[in-house]
Design a protein around this ligand. Sequence first.
Ligand code: C5P
Length: 308
Amino acid sequence: MRRSERVCRISAPCKINLHLRIGVRRDDGFHDLESVFLCLAFGDALWLRTLPGAPAEPDCLIQMEGAALESGGNIISRAVSLFRERTGFKHPLRIRAEKRIPLGGGLGGGSSDAASALMALNALSGASLPLEALEDMAAALGSDVPFFLRGGACWVRGRGEKLEPLPAPEGLRVVLVNPGFPSGTQAAFALLDREREKGPPVDCGVPSPEALKAALGEAPASWPYHNDFLPVFLAASEAASQRAYHGILRDFKDLGADFSGLSGAGSTCFGVFTQAGAAEQAAGVLKKKWNFVQLTFPLASRAHAVLQ
Ligand code: C5P
């Protein structure tokens, strides 16, 4: 490796929303939310390499690898452009992204890639910006991006940028099942709005924020968590999607999950298990039915960029 070439590897973990309550549509088109985000030990990986030579041509080539490609590179290139704009960092870059997180799966794959790219660029460039400066860029890239700079577990408000770290639960296993179709975030919010216009929102008796935050330290079987998108999808999405969600969530119950739900605006469902053996068995059964099944666990803190 030539002297001025630097390489940085960083993981880009996925998240699930254990709880997701959506408020009314705001004037800027976004919705205020209240959510419990939890980072998991499964995700993508990025390698960023600065090329030797004069930093005069700020080009950036992104090579995507893995199952979930399509437009996944777009948010990474937006992160690079924004970082260059804010810091003056000009070196040509090569980025390799190993994509494992399903696109449109409610697991925050693109958002995590963007946050990881910002963290890696911060290390590679020597800019060493404080977290607040990175958070500001992250919020400009997408609602879920700021969470991924911290990872762990967070109580999340605003459109996703107001973060309060929570102690991550320990000793749990999480099984992810993606039903094989993507769920567009914008379309999901629009469907929720249309359904709400038909009648007053059903009061599902969600506890106070304090109770919801405290519940994360209690047994998953007693979690009072709820996802506002789920009843809407079960009532108003295509019949095939309804069948998939019903089937996966019923299987999680039958297979001994202590808690199960839908992540984000879909389409990935998750089961939380306190018994590792039950989680392994459930993953084995579900793998016979679905192409994407992943057994993983909560990540208490997120990994930093590693300069090689
Ligand atoms: O911020 P992000 O690009 O991920 O948002 C995608 C779309 O999801 C937005 O254009 C908006 O329609 C919807 N959204 C929302 N309220 C949020 C987050 C996202 O309405 N808090």
